[in-house]
Design a protein around this ligand. Structure first.
Ligand code: ZN
Ligand code: ZN
Length: 277
């Protein structure tokens, strides 16, 4: 069963903050598991990047968002796009379905966000698209489609005030863990254990290794969880670009982590796990 992870957005919530380099969009990772799609985080304009990666967002039925900060959860836009595809577009399988997996504490208020965008009500869209929010929390396990288990775990973010999740994806072709925005906590070591691919928040700069505060990790901390979690490949994501990729990778190596490490850039692809020896 082929498994592929495509980095659609490895940047942060702002641009023009570092020296010119490859453009990196805000967060989004597309998982293709034997032709079934799961999107991890849905930043602004994600549908264009799904299209650029060779997929039709109309066929996307599952999106898991780590938390509700705007750079991760431009949900009304993709729901609206799916709805308008149903009204106007070429029909594709899955067009009428959309499940949004999110922290249980965020589900109720999302209906207010949607209503704010549509004070006229849903009458135009009624019965066009069956979309729903799936409440998630640590310990709730679901199988969006056959062959992929989605396991959320709580993470520390937004001074510990923001309901935030990471996701562990287990498939026959390997285990992928995405931390979302997360500060370093003990629970992370267990959440990432033996991952074939770890996609880790590296928003904090090299040398800023605080374990409290807002709730992001530095490259060194990414290396620490990758090392202790026996991770095979580490992608650092959501970094500002204020440190060079070389400096970030050096901070990871200083922890003793000997696996593959990358300061991820948009378009990076992971093609499933090779057998562990
Ligand atoms: Zn955030
Ligand atoms: Zn963020």
């Amino acid at each position: 069963m082929p498994l592929k992870v495509i980095a659609l957005g490895t940047g942060v919530c702002a641009n023009c903050i570092s020296a010119p380099g490859p453009r990196r969009q805000p967060p989004g990772f597309l998982v293709d598991c034997d032709g079934n799609l799961l999107l991890l985080d849905a930043s602004e304009g994600i549908r264009f990047r799904i299209e650029d990666a060779g997929y039709d967002y109309g066929a996307l039925k599952h999106v898991a968002i780590t938390h509700s900060h705007p750079d991760h959860a431009a949900l009304p836009q993709i729901i609206q796009a799916k709805l308008c595809r149903v009204l106007w577009g070429r029909p594709v399988d899955g067009m009428n379905e959309f499940k949004i997996y999110m922290h249980e504490a965020l589900v109720e208020k999302f209906s207010e966000v949607w209503a704010w965008h549509h004070p006229e009500g849903d009458v135009v869209y009624k019965d066009r698209l069956n979309w729903s929010c799936m409440p998630m929390r640590t310990g709730v396990e679901t199988e969006p489609f056959a062959g992929l288990k989605l396991k959320p775990f709580g993470v520390y973010h937004g001074f510990g005030q923001h309901p935030s999740l990471g996701f562990r994806l287990e498939t026959a072709q390997g285990t992928v863990v995405y931390t979302g925005d997360a500060g370093l906590t003990d629970s992370l070591f267990e959440a990432v254990a033996n991952a074939d691919l770890l996609i880790s928040d590296a928003s904090s700069r090299v040398g800023q290794d605080s374990t409290a505060g807002y709730g992001h990790m530095s490259p060194k901390q990414c290396g620490e969880i990758a090392l202790r979690g026996n991770v095979k490949e580490l992608w650092m994501t959501h970094y500002t670009g204020l440190d060079t990729p070389a400096a970030m990778e050096e901070a990871v190596r200083a922890t003793g982590f000997a696996g593959v490490v990358k300061a991820a850039t948009d378009g990076l692809v992971w093609n499933g796990a090779s057998k562990r020896v």
